[in-house]
Write a protein that binds this ligand. Structure first.
Ligand code: PCA
Length: 319
């Protein structure tokens, strides 16, 4: 048996002198545009390196649960991985700026925020031996409920699906009851009555067939949160120079392509929600005012708790 394994390894080495297989976990499912984008990234790397670096995607949290992906890359259980950037806000609020309501609400603002955030979080991640490769936003986040929501008071007491600390705070301030659920588990959570409302993108709404469990959607567009793909620096440094270049070039292409895919999805997936019977309505002025008030409260506590790094991001963004 030992000999058989040795034989297979020798054969693989013979094919390409330094051929490497890398596993890459993501929490999101195969139909998610982010997953399609990183799948293209893996294809690009494979093609550009003649198969010397073969990245295998493990979607929907199949290799590591979302909460463990960053740590798995850090301790080199896997060389690279994707996760929701603002989930790291418990380490430093610099990671969470994109999930603060009404700070950056359009793609243009999201891009300016990423420009401000990138150097700061690159430094923070470097302290953990991690290097960001690319970051791509979800479409702006909207409100899914049963029945129309006219004011914040209508959210009172609703069991509300959350995906990070900021959304949990938002739901709590709206008088709702937040429950943390991974994107992939949304249909199940609604079907079993764990939750009755959520804020997420039109993409995730469509990917989870939201029309099966809610009737209404309002594009409140209060924030544009991002995924990030990181690589373990030591693993990256161990690659041949031309392979490193191929990875960085494919990463830059993936970031550009991902932002374009996201903008397209904002349109097409909102239309798909309506086509599948969901009533899409503009939020009332009163609802927007109530949500903005929650955003202002959250920004107050964010400012009170922000590290120097977090403040540096916000200052760079605002100036
Ligand atoms: N979809 C992911 C993160 C933000 C989004 O639009 C989710 O709902 O978990």
């Amino acid at each position: 048996m030992k000999y058989a394994i040795f034989g297979a390894a020798t054969l693989a080495l013979a094919t390409s002198v330094n051929a490497q297989s890398w596993d890459m976990p993501t929490p999101y499912g195969d139909s998610t545009f982010h997953t399609q984008n990183i799948s293209q990234f893996a294809d690009d790397v494979r093609a550009a390196t003649d198969g010397a670096l073969d990245i295998t995607l493990h979607s929907a949290g199949s290799l590591f649960p979302h909460a463990e992906i960053k740590g798995a890359v850090r301790n080199r259980s896997v060389p690279m991985g994707e996760f929701f950037l603002s989930r790291l806000s418990n380490e430093d609020l610099a990671y969470g700026v994109d999930s603060q309501p009404f700070v950056a609400t359009s793609y243009e603002q999201a891009q300016a925020l990423w420009d401000a955030q990138k150097p700061v979080i690159t430094e923070l991640l470097a302290e953990q031996g991690l290097m960001p490769l690319f970051s791509v936003p979800w479409p702006a986040q909207g409100l899914y409920t049963n029945g129309e929501i006219a004011t914040v008071a209508d959210l009172n007491g609703l069991r509300f699906r959350a995906y990070n600390a900021a959304l949990e705070e938002f739901a709590t301030l709206a008088g709702a009851a937040p429950v943390q659920i991974e994107a992939f588990d949304i249909p199940q959570a609604f079907a079993t009555g764990q939750v009755a409302a959520m804020i997420t993108s039109p993409s995730t709404g469509v990917n989870s067939t939201a029309w099966d469990f809610v009737t209404h959607y309002s594009p409140i567009n209060a924030w544009v949160p991002k995924n990030i793909v990181v690589v373990n620096q030591r693993m990256f440094d161990g690659l041949d120079g031309d392979v490193q270049t191929a990875v960085l070039e494919a990463a830059a292409a993936a970031e550009t392509r991902g932002w374009e895919m996201s903008a397209t999805e904002a349109e097409t997936m909102t239309a798909a929600l309506a086509e599948n019977g969901i009533i899409v309505y503009e939020p009332s002025a009163e609802l927007v005012a109530g949500l903005q008030e929650i955003g202002a409260t959250m920004l107050g506590s964010w400012n009170a708790n922000a590290s120097d790094s977090a403040k540096a991001v916000m200052n760079a963004y605002n100036n």
